[in-house]
Design a protein. Structure first.
Lengths: 233, 253
């Protein structure tokens, strides 16, 4: 068995943080992704423009750079404002942007762009006749979305979603850059103090793999739910 | 839906922001805890090392409460400028590039930089010409990196790493011929591995102006407080009492 030199519990706590960050950013990404997809398919040009800028810029810049830019950039911007107030009004204050919230929002913001594209493709895959049938039944736009579009769209979106989720999970390792100690960072600290790097990266890799396997099972179940009524093969 | 989102965003914004005034009753020290024996984390997650103890002593002398903030080295200056902490207390060597961005206190220690390589190698550390064609490992953004980049550019291949322990792993793995790092860190890393016996220190020299705490430029009042406290702990024996726990030789500056 691996000798973790007593760092086991610390790395376990790091795994909890990793899972928290991953799940919450997934929620943010899903909401942003849905909004982005709807905006991209909207008949209003300004909405389409904003959504296109969002997905293009975010998907075109490396996650690492975005993380630094959003987290430190936002804080430095906030500080510039408080410096300005200090100089003008002699009122000194400091607003601290919480690392956890910033990490979740940044990762959510990044993956929202990828989700937008996944959802957009899935929306387009739903047969137009389905929507027309819904309207013919007298459903309003909200009902058509909830009862017809969304359930059918999800079936097409799920493979892409699970893909995005797995990439997102591993992107959470970047949060150490903004001062959060996730399991990758804790493994790094532990290996630095014991000079045994591989001992700590092996359990970390195993935990990532475990989360992956569990979510594969989860996705299978959801896929089954949304494939009801569809004959395969 | 929109209203709910706006309300959520508002709640989030309020709960995550805390307003603090800079009266220095609490000083937050930023540290990258991957640099034993200066700073590292033990199995309980507690910060340990020479610089951690020195930092505590300086805070005690200043009469302030210190909070340690652990931060990755790559983001350590941005974090200071973004006011995630008030001072970097993490073996940061004084150099002109950094001095443009931060305000250094007086230096508190200096350790020689050293060339480490296989004992059987034929490199001569005092004659850089013998290093032609070698693969040299340094930690990115350190004074050793600046030195190697300056002296060996075009002659040897310089490989840059984010952490000192990674450099030594590659030295053991045979992917590097030489490494240039802080002597105590290098010795500590060699001593911590069974393969360390085959490697040794080829030569050492003093590089740079020592390590100091780094502050934001506007916090000159905190710099004055820290300098005063540093001078006191250096002269009243507190510094030496901490030093003998970690080093057999004097590193005071």
């Amino acid at each position: 068995m691996l000798d973790l030199h007593g760092y086991g519990p610390a790395i376990f706590m790091g795994a909890v943080l990793t899972i928290e960050v991953a799940f919450l950013s997934l929620l943010v990404a899903l909401v942003l992704g849905l909004l982005g997809a709807v905006a991209k398919l909207s008949p209003y040009a300004p909405l389409r423009f904003i959504a296109t800028v969002y997905t293009t810029v975010i998907r075109g810049v490396p996650d690492l750079v975005l993380m630094l830019l959003i987290f430190y950039g936002l804080q430095i911007g906030m500080n510039t404002l408080s410096d300005w107030i200090y100089e003008r009004f002699d009122y000194d204050f400091f607003i601290n942007i919480d690392e956890f919230v910033a990490g979740v929002l940044t990762i959510g913001f990044i993956f929202g762009a990828y989700m937008s594209e996944t959802f957009r493709g899935a929306f387009l895959a739903v047969d137009k006749g389905q929507i027309e049938a819904g309207i013919a039944y007298g459903m309003n736009k909200g009902k058509v979305f909830r009862r017809i579009m969304f359930p059918q769209m999800m079936r097409h979106a799920l493979p892409g979603l699970s893909n995005n989720w797995l990439v997102l999970l591993k992107t959470t390792a970047l949060v150490s850059l903004i001062g959060l100690t996730d399991m990758t960072r804790l493994a790094k600290e532990a290996s630095a103090s014991t000079h045994e790097p591989f001992v700590f990266f092996v359990p970390v890799a195993a935990i990532y793999l475990l989360i992956t396997i569990v979510s594969e099972v989860g996705f299978k179940a959801v896929e089954k739910k949304y494939s009801v009524g569809v004959v395969r093969g | 839906m929109k209203k709910i989102l706006i309300a959520l965003a508002g709640v989030l914004a309020i709960t995550t922001m805390s307003v603090q005034a800079a009266d220095w009753s609490v000083v937050r020290l930023g540290v990258d805890a991957t640099y034993p024996p200066f700073e590292s984390k033990d199995a309980n997650g507690k910060l340990v090392g020479f610089e951690v103890e020195l930092g505590e002593a300086v805070c005690k002398e200043m009469g302030v409460t210190c909070e340690w903030v652990v931060q990755d080295w790559d983001g350590i200056i941005p974090g200071l400028l973004a006011r995630k902490y008030d001072a970097i207390f993490s073996s940061m060597s004084i150099n002109p590039e950094r001095a443009e961005q931060v305000l250094f206190t007086e230096p508190y220690y200096t350790t020689p930089s050293g060339w480490f390589a296989k004992k059987s190698s034929s490199y001569n550390a005092t004659d850089l010409a013998t290093l032609a064609g070698a693969r040299v490992g340094v930690q990115r953004g350190t004074i050793q990196d600046s030195y190697a980049s300056d002296k060996l550019a075009g002659k040897a291949t310089i490989v840059r790493y984010t952490a000192a322990d990674e450099i030594v792993i590659d030295l053991f793995a045979g992917r590097l011929d030489l490494v240039l790092i802080d002597v105590p860190v290098g010795e500590d890393l060699l001593a911590g591995d069974t393969r360390g016996g085959d490697f040794g220190l080829l030569g050492s020299f003093v590089l740079g102006d020592g390590a100091a705490a780094a502050l934001r430029k506007r916090d000159t009042d905190l710099a004055d407080m820290m300098n005063k406290a540093l001078r006191t702990v250096k002269s009243n024996g507190v510094f030496d009492a901490i030093r003998v726990k970690y080093f057999s030789y004097d590193i005071k500056m």
